[in-house]
Design a protein around this ligand. Structure first.
Ligand code: PRP
Ligand code: URA
Length: 217
């Protein structure tokens, strides 16, 4: 992600990588089936995760290769927790665990009311010592921002301090609302779409991410 690609704030990163954009096109296509949709969400999440963990602390350790002993970096310090916002966030979390399997995982269940578009929390279980971890909150869609804001409120209530929010598609309204509510949270976005429609769906978007990941259309 290029440094100049931050129109929403210093710590709001919008990717400009063609591979991510190419894969988002696959997600948008209404003819993409569940299997390909799910694996593509995983792949995009791995790529966004590389950016989000760019500042993770490492320490040189000694390692013996088949040729010689050398010093090589290993992740140290604060450990990572991945917290998907259910349901759709689960699709991203599995991608992140593929690139960083040492991460602990929590879950927050949020469901938007179809009429008011307000989120309702129905589940929360977080890893121990959440205050000592780098917390990656993942949800493919940032629409009004309500679900992300409430999920992060909850994580902060439990002591979470170093929080990053990762999504695949965001609406401008949602980014602004989330950044205003939690200016300390770094936000990583695959693509910013045009707007929300009257049902608070992102346009052009990809439809209902949870339904498309789990085949519940
Ligand atoms: C979707 C999505 C986000 C939320 C975004 O979840 O995965 O959690 O909507 O909308 P917001 O920014 O306006 O709050 P949904 O509530 O549809 O639940 P699901 O993942 O179980 O389908
Ligand atoms: N949730 C989704 O899954 N898609 C949208 O466009 C908005 C919220």
């Amino acid at each position: 992600m290029s440094a100049e690609n931050k129109p929403y704030g210093e710590n709001v990163y919008v990717t400009d990588h063609p591979l991510i954009q190419h894969k988002i096109t696959i997600l948008r296509d209404k003819n993409t089936g569940t299997n390909l949709f799910r694996s593509t969400v995983e792949e995009i999440s791995m790529m966004i995760c590389y950016e989000a963990l760019r500042d993770i602390q490492t320490r040189l350790i000694e390692v013996e290769t088949p040729l010689e002993v050398c010093q090589s970096p290993r992740i140290t310090g604060k450990k990572v927790a991945v917290i998907p916002v259910l349901r759709a966030g689960l699709g991203m979390a599995s991608g992140i665990l593929r690139v960083y399997s040492e991460a602990k995982m929590g879950h927050i269940g949020m469901e938007r009311n179809e009429n008011t578009h307000e989120p309702r929390e129905y589940y929360c279980k977080l890893p121990k010592k959440i205050n000592e971890r780098v917390v990656l909150v993942v949800d493919p869609m940032l629409a009004t921002g309500g679900s992300a804001i409430d999920a992060i409120d909850k994580i902060k209530e439990y002591g979470g301090k170093r929080i990053k929010f990762l999504c695949i598609i965001a609406a401008p309204e949602g980014i602004e609302k989330l950044h205003k509510a939690h200016p300390d949270v770094d936000i990583y976005i695959g693509h910013v779409d045009r707007e929300l429609n009257e049902n608070a769906y992102i346009c052009p978007g990809l439809g209902d991410a949870g339904d498309r990941i789990f085949g519940t259309l």
